[in-house]
Design a binder for this molecule. Structure first.
Ligand code: BTN
Length: 231
């Protein structure tokens, strides 16, 4: 349970700042107004100018580690609903989409018994480089500026009870299923072992992705980066 938010104006990456608190074995959140070296998944850069929300949750989960990315996605969905956004969905397990465009990216990194869950939410960003044509922000979608610190607080407020429940008895799969996009659609899943193409079959009870591959075999993934193929 996160009881403390440590705020910075500028850091290299909130992921690295959070890492420095591991030795205290206390669950905390680290936020920053900008990052000099924000990182995304698979070694990508996460452009981190002011106007975005950059947050890392330092967690010491005792169980169900693999559900943390999806739990973070669900948290963001709940927060955005609190702010009256709709047309929200999750591209399993790490991307939150608004109007079918990416509004939030999540990266989870493990260091021994710690998980650092990094959340990048496009809040007041007005435009994106051309190569990020599928990105959007809360401002682009709503036409208004939102208070980033208020959203950070709300994220922690929404995350804590979900995380408690996950640690105690596990969360009901139904909660999250409503938001998952892509069942029946063609995707490729990029893992450390390679790229596998197939169609999304289902999400399992433990929130893993079930993929039907080209020979019809159902394969289970706990981690991976999903890329949509022509949809
Ligand atoms: C992705 O979609 O590739 C994940 C992006 C995660 C970005 C966040 S911003 C806060 C935290 N600090 C980082 O350097 N990265 C994560």
């Amino acid at each position: 349970m996160i009881k403390r938010i440590i705020k910075f104006k500028e850091v290299s990456s909130t992921q690295d700042t959070a890492k420095r608190f591991i030795h205290k074995q206390e669950e905390v959140a680290v936020s920053s107004l900008r990052q000099k070296r924000g990182r995304g998944r698979h070694g990508r850069t996460w452009i981190s100018q002011p106007g975005g929300l950059y947050l890392s949750l330092l967690l010491f989960p005792r169980t169900r580690l693999t559900s943390i990315p999806l739990l973070a996605s669900l948290t963001i969905i709940k927060v955005l609903e609190d702010y009256d956004f709709s047309k929200l969905s999750i591209l399993w397990p790490n991307d939150v989409l608004l109007n079918n465009r990416k509004v939030c990216g999540i990266i989870c990194e493990q260091y021994k018994n710690a998980i650092i869950c990094g959340i990048g939410l496009n809040v007041n960003i007005e435009n994106f480089p051309r190569n990020l044509s599928n990105a959007t922000s809360l401002k682009i979608e709503s036409g208004r500026d939102l208070d980033i610190n208020g959203i950070v607080k709300q994220i922690i407020g929404r995350f804590n009870p979900l995380y408690n429940e996950l640690q105690k008895q596990g969360l009901k799969i139904k909660e999250v299923l409503n938001y998952i996009v892509g069942i029946g659609k063609s995707i490729e899943i990029i893992t450390s072992k390679g790229v596998i193409k197939g169609t999304v079959h289902d999400i399992d009870d433990d929130w893993a992705l079930l993929l039907r591959d080209h020979i019809g075999m159902i394969r289970k993934f706990y981690y991976g980066d999903v890329r949509r193929l022509s949809w």
